[in-house]
Design a protein around this ligand. Sequence first.
Ligand SMILES: [Mg+2]
Length: 202
Amino acid sequence: MVKMPLNIGVDIDGVIIDFISEFIKTYHSKYPRYKRLKKEYIRRHSLESVLGLFEEEVYDLIERTTVYGDFKLIPGADRVLSEFTSEGDNIYICTSRPERHRLRTIELLDNLDIPRKKLIFKGNGKKLDVILKEMPHFDIFIEDNLAEAIHLSKLVSRVLVFRQPWNNNCMNVRGSLKYVNSWDEIRKTVSEYRRDMAPTLL
Ligand SMILES: [Mg+2]
């Protein structure tokens, strides 16, 4: 059977690596007297509104975390992305990290053996608008930011929302999003998509 390569977009923080655990460490070390934070308390994407801190304080925490964080892989991300690559699929990693962290981010992905065809920094735009400049058709995008995921679903065939406490409550009334809980589930979902896309041989 002829296999069509898929164009797969993948977010970094909250999908490939566990950013928030390092953020929580940064928060506790900067504000040892403030209330303790746990991942499950973070039920909104906006950390300002979760914590009740000023925008510039959260910016500083994110910046320190990005620079000093000892990031761990979300289990299976490296293995499953390598499997997609060896099957011929194109992996476009698209991040909301600022462009100034490009070298640091490349080093991180290299250290974690994350394969990709291209790394895209979205800058100030929405991810959908930025990735379409790279590639006119995306089959799959894996994202943990609900606002981005909903926007991506305008044109990306299948948008997978990597389930996290901050994106867990979307009613998904249009049915255009699919929650996934692990990289093994992503593997399975992509295989199903590939099977559905395969031309029927008469
Ligand atoms: Mg993310």
